[in-house]
Design a protein around this ligand. Structure first.
Ligand SMILES: Nc1ncnc2c1ncn2[C@@H]1O[C@H](COP(=O)(O)OP(=O)(O)OP(=O)(O)O)[C@@H](O)[C@H]1O
Length: 581
């Protein structure tokens, strides 16, 4: 897929566009404040040498300029803070929206730690830059205003001062070129550091057990990344600081030259003193501008990273709208259900090969999944079971072949609507603690399920959430099952759901809960390694190396028939937990 990578300035302009009137107004007010400051300086300087003393005009001008300086600064500060915070909020919403709409395989390829650095650090850096923008605008305007005043005071003296300013600019430009490389390298190292942060939080138990790994994580990986970033940043900052110091020295040398040569230029003393006064004053804003170069450079790098991330996820899944209701394959409002059959025809999906390895290829697969059946998918590790269900679920678009529902092909346009037919508990599932219930589900249902799954003594429901998810692995999986129950979807996929369950509950899952769901008319797709319970399947699909090698129908009829299946709400001891409408 060809990615459309926007230019950094285009991206910055795009982010600012919704707020351009405010941004333009704030910048103009900042500029006005800066010009008023320079004008104020000129007025004060003139008054020192004026023979009229303090006149009404001077007082009014002075008061007016002071008012303009401060009003301009406040309005500019507020305006830029407004723009800065809105830009960052929009940026965060846009990036998270893009991530939500991105194709799953793209998300799987883009590592999570890189996303986190961009969402946190880069967004903050852009915020810091936009918030500082007001101060920089004012500094730039003061500098420009002072330059104009200096030229008016004495073009000849200004020429000498201009040489010093030009030398300072040249030094800073050189520093900028060198410094940005260091900041860029430091930013790249942040991604690596985030990876190690995840290692020490998510891998805390493993690190506690293994001294050698812990020492390596601390002394080599973390220290390496942290020290590397420190050194890169310090080097870049040293370059900027040295450039600043040299720039200052050149500046003062120019003032020295002006004073030393005053006789030769036959310049009026009052002009010279005013000139030097303004020069000394303007040094502050100039220092502020050059001092903000590191921030400017880092913000530029962050802009670039965010632009890259945006571009990476610029192509959302076709037909996927995050907030809007989805179109049904038949053009209706959403999927009504599975009427008869899902068919996979000539379907295949391949992952890109890691270096030096063969790529994994799923398929070609031909398979039908009939409404109301319990289909087991079995096979050894790595044979492609999870990949197959991701294709069945519409998480991966098939690279070849067709998935169809009741004869209608699942396409880019209707895939997200098709996905709404399914609930799934993945092997690497994520447990959301808030509940999403099918419309019309009575609130008491959740309590009944908590009791049926023998977890009511640990978890209650408050404000539409599970009271806790600090549970054992098996208990958590039961909450994930409750989420599935509550979603009320017609097709349910379990990827080794029972792996963490105790033997009794494992039996309950295969012999009772699956049967209960089947009795409710659900279509069940179950990945399982529990060959003891394969008899719970209507059909078993066996996979090897990405292909279906066998489809069998267990001859042993299931223990309890559909009509005499146990009550779904009676627990393992036969007690009834309550009715579910
Ligand atoms: N995101 C991915 N990128 C590249 N290769 C992948 C990816 N996901 C899985 N694979 C590869 O695809 C193959 C099939 O993986 P899959 O997870 O479908 O196997 P499985 O049958 O579910 O295995 P298990 O029983 O261990 O869960 C494996 O060789 C795996 O390395």
């Amino acid at each position: 897929m060809v990615l459309n990578r926007p230019h950094i300035l285009t991206e910055a302009g795009r982010l600012l566009r919704p707020f351009w009137p405010m941004a333009a107004f704030a910048t103009a007010m900042g500029g006005l404040s800066g010009v008023a400051t320079a004008w104020l300086l000129a007025t004060i300087n003139r008054s020192f040498h004026s023979e009229d003393g303090v006149t009404t005009t001077f007082v009014l001008t002075f008061a007016g300029l002071v008012l303009l300086t401060f009003t301009g600064k406040i309005v500019s500060d507020l305006g830029n803070s407004f723009v800065g915070q809105h830009v960052v909020a929009n940026l965060r919403k846009e990036l998270t929206g893009r991530i939500l709409a991105a194709p799953i395989d793209r998300l799987e390829r883009f590592r999570a730690h890189r996303l986190i650095v961009a969402l946190n650090q880069d967004a903050e850096m852009i915020s810091a830059f936009t918030s500082n923008f007001s101060a920089l605008t004012i500094a730039a305007s003061v500098t420009l205003g002072c330059i104009v005043y200096l030229v008016i005071l004495s073009p000849m003296l200004f020429l000498i001062a201009a040489l010093a300013i030009a030398a300072g600019l040249a030094i800073n430009t050189y520093a900028r070129r060198k410094g940005i490389k260091g900041f860029e390298a430091a930013r790249a190292a942040q991604d690596e550091l985030q990876k190690h942060y995840r290692g020490i939080t998510e891998g805390a138990k493993e690190l506690r057990l293994n001294r050698q790994r812990r020492a390596r994580a601390h002394g080599v990986q973390l220290a390496g990344a942290i020290d590397g970033i420190r050194n890169l940043r310090l080097r870049a900052m040293r370059i900027f600081a040295t450039a600043n110091a040299v720039g200052s020295a050149v500046f003062f040398a120019a003032i020295g030259v002006l004073i030393a040569l005053q006789a030769g230029f036959s310049v009026d003393r009052s002009v010279l003193s005013g000139f030097v006064l303004v020069l000394l004053y303007v040094k502050g804003p100039i220092d502020q501008l050059t001092g903000s170069l590191p921030l400017f450079e880092q913000a530029q790098i962050s802009f670039k990273r965010v632009a890259e991330l945006s571009a990476e996820f610029a192509n959302p899944e076709p037909g996927l709208l995050i907030d809007a209701p989805q179109a049904r394959p038949d053009g209706g409002d959403g999927p009504q259900g599975l009427r008869a059959v899902i068919t996979l025809t000539g379907l295949s999906h391949a992952f890109p090969a890691a270096e030096g390895t063969e790529p994994f290829v799923l398929g070609p697969i031909d398979l039908s999944i009939r409404r109301g059946e319990t289909l087991f998918i079995v096979g050894e590790n790595g044979c492609g079971k999870t990949t197959l269900i991701k294709v069945i679920l519409g998480l991966y678009a098939p690279q070849e072949g067709v998935v169809a529902i009741d004869g209608m092909a699942v396409t880019d346009e209707n895939r997200d609507a098709y996905r709404q037919l399914f609930s799934a508990v993945f092997f690497d599932y994520f447990l959301f603690d808030d509940l999403v219930m099918a419309p019309g589900t009575p609130p008491a249902t959740v309590q009944a399920y908590l009791e049926r799954l023998e977890i009511a003594h640990r978890v209650t429901i408050a404000d539409g959430r599970f009271s806790t998810t600090d549970l054992s692995a098996g208990q958590k999986k039961r909450l994930a099952l409750i989420q599935v129950y509550l979603e009320g979807r017609p097709i349910i996929v379990f990827d080794e759901w029972a792996a963490e369950q105790d033997p009794t509950f494992r039996r309950i899952f295969y012999d009772e809960l699956l049967l209960d769901l089947k009795r409710q008319g659900k279509t069940l797709i179950v990945i399982s390694h529990d060959d003891r319970y394969f008899g719970a399947a209507d059909r078993i699909v066996r996979m090897e190396k990405g292909r279906i090698v066998e489809v069998t129908e267990p001859s042993a009829s299931r223990a309890p028939g559909l009509s005499d299946a146990p009550d779904p709400l009676s627990d393992r001891h036969g007690h009834n937990a309550g009715a579910i409408a």
